[in-house]
Design a protein around this ligand. Structure first.
Ligand code: SAM
Ligand code: SF4
Length: 471
């Protein structure tokens, strides 16, 4: 049993990050022969990509994918701990799996992802969800074959969650969800420790992959016909800072762009680490998509300070204005309302920033206390009523949606390049995304999937656009 430990998760040392090449252990070959797996994923793109590696590991053992959870032999929940509702969803699913296991006692249930890194969650699983076969942490993903093997052999390792700063594991097997769009990790973990956020504790220290390893992966994707890569990290703009190799995100973006994949994206950017050189590179290369997700979190300097965000309204606006000069750019954001002690005046500052930035769209959240984070202590003393927070969220969303609609309306009657993703099961329309990451629905045939086509926008809504194919 290796249990998570919050105090250890907080540690940041000067210890060198190890690069480990994953090696398959032949002992585990074929343990999944004639068996099927189902992985349920919650949370962000990083979790989605981890799932691609989990599926790769499972298939290397001989398991095959089962789209019906109820019929699978092994079910793995890849969880998210960013807000309470993500917790609730995963625990709800564990309840459902309990019934499945009663019907099929041979079912293997595993839990991983960010929730597995939390002390409180693991002790709850051990006491109340005894049907879970094993729990493994974000640093222990590569050890999944051993965990399954041991569970099948009955020499059970129930919990394998290290609370370490973390290594960089290269060469994990992968089953990509798409044949034309791919996620590529460039930096793991986070050292920002924003006071509300659990990620630095669940994902370990900020550690970049070597540029050559990333470029190799992108080159292979290009060879395999991929149309789009998204460079992933909690804070991609900090890429390279921990490596001391003399390169940063601007150098990486430039090298990735030159591989000539039609679309290069990167997410998420922290306003603190955005340099002029990065903006220059984004403007220079046509295949670097004019789209930046730039989380604001709050428009109040007082709250930004309490959040530990390291920028002010003014410095954010200055950066925003520079980014806005990139031709055709779309900028989106994340905003939290109801941070402990947020007053109406603070909230009005947030609305004021939204009016200034007129974002293309935004993800908005009510603050959710996370055990062990500094803001959770402030929350204990906060007497702001839930109704007040909900009402602020409502007002914020109204404003955001107005600006989304406005920015979409500006696209009407113009032609945009769309990477076609699929056919909607609801209305049979084809759908895809613009270079600025806007969803477009249009009539077309299924053989367009995976291709970049021209679509003329005919009408705009807040969350999507309708268009017609330009032949
Ligand atoms: N690393 C990115 C950044 O710095 O913005 C995103 C991290 S997180 C996966 C995505 C978003 O969740 C954050 O931008 C923030 O708005 C929101 N979030 C994080 N912790 C939260 C909390 N405790 N309560 C509510 N929202 C939270
Ligand atoms: Fe969380 Fe802040 Fe790190 Fe983003 S930068 S992952 S919000 S601590």
């Amino acid at each position: 049993m290796q249990l998570p430990n919050l105090d250890n998760a907080r540690v940041r040392s000067k210890k060198e990050v190890k690069k480990i090449d994953y090696k398959f252990n032949n002992k585990y070959q074929n343990i999944g022969k004639n068996l099927t797996y189902h992985v349920k994923t919650y949370g962000c793109q990083m979790n989605e990509h981890d799932t691609e590696n989990i599926e790769g590991l499972l298939e290397s053992l001989g398991f095959s994918k089962n789209n019906e959870m109820e019929k699978a032999d092994i079910v793995i929940l890849n969880t998210c701990s960013i807000r309470e509702n993500a917790h609730n969803k995963a625990f709800g699913m564990l309840g459902r799996l309990k019934h499945l296991k009663e019907e099929n006692p041979n079912l293997i249930v595993g839990v991983c992802g960010c929730m597995a890194q939390e002390e409180v969650v693991v002790s709850e699983i051990l006491s109340k969800y005894r049907h879970v076969n094993f729990v493994f942490g974000t640093h222990n993903l590569y050890d999944l074959p051993r965990l399954i093997y041991e569970n099948m052999e009955n020499s059970k390792t129930k919990v394998l969650v290290e609370s370490i700063e973390g290594d960089v594991i290269e060469g994990l097997p992968v089953v990509r969800a798409s044949k034309f769009k791919a996620y590529v990790n460039i930096i793991y973990g986070c050292d920002k420790f924003c006071t509300y956020c659990i990620v630095p504790y669940t994902r370990g220290k900020q550690r970049s992959r070597k540029m050559e390893d990333i470029l190799d992966e992108v080159r292979k994707l290009k060879e395999n016909g991929y149309q789009e890569v998204t460079l992933l990290g909690q804070n991609v703009n900090a890429y390279g800072k921990d490596l001391d190799e003399g390169y940063d995100l601007s150098n990486l973006l430039e090298k990735v762009a030159k591989i000539n994949i039609p679309r290069v994206r990167f997410i998420t950017s922290h306003p603190w680490d955005f340099t002029d050189k990065m903006i220059e590179v984004i403007s220079k290369y046509e295949n670097i998509m004019p789209y930046v997700h730039l989380p604001l979190q709050s428009g109040s300097d007082r709250i930004l300070k309490l959040m530990g965000r390291r920028y002010t309204r003014e410095s954010y606006k200055k950066l925003f204005d520079k980014l806005k000069k990139i031709e055709g750019i779309s900028i989106t954001t994340d905003i939290i309302v109801g941070f402990p002690g947020e007053t109406e005046e603070d909230f009005l500052d947030t609305l004021d920033m939204v009016n200034y930035c007129q974002y293309d769209s935004a993800f908005t959240f009510i603050y959710s206390p996370r055990v062990g984070t500094p803001a959770a202590k402030l929350y204990e003393m906060d007497d702001t009523k839930e109704e007040v927070k909900e009402e602020r969220l409502y007002r914020l969303n109204e404003l955001i949606n107005n600006y989304s609609l406005l920015s979409n309306q500006k696209m009407e009657d113009k032609v945009y390049k769309i990477l076609v993703e699929g056919k909607s099961s609801k209305d049979g329309m084809m759908y895809g995304y613009t270079e600025t990451n806007k969803l477009v629905n249009f009539k077309g045939s299924e053989d367009l999937v995976g291709k970049i086509v021209d679509v003329k926008i005919t009408s705009a809504k807040s969350f999507s656009l309708d268009g017609e194919l330009v032949e």
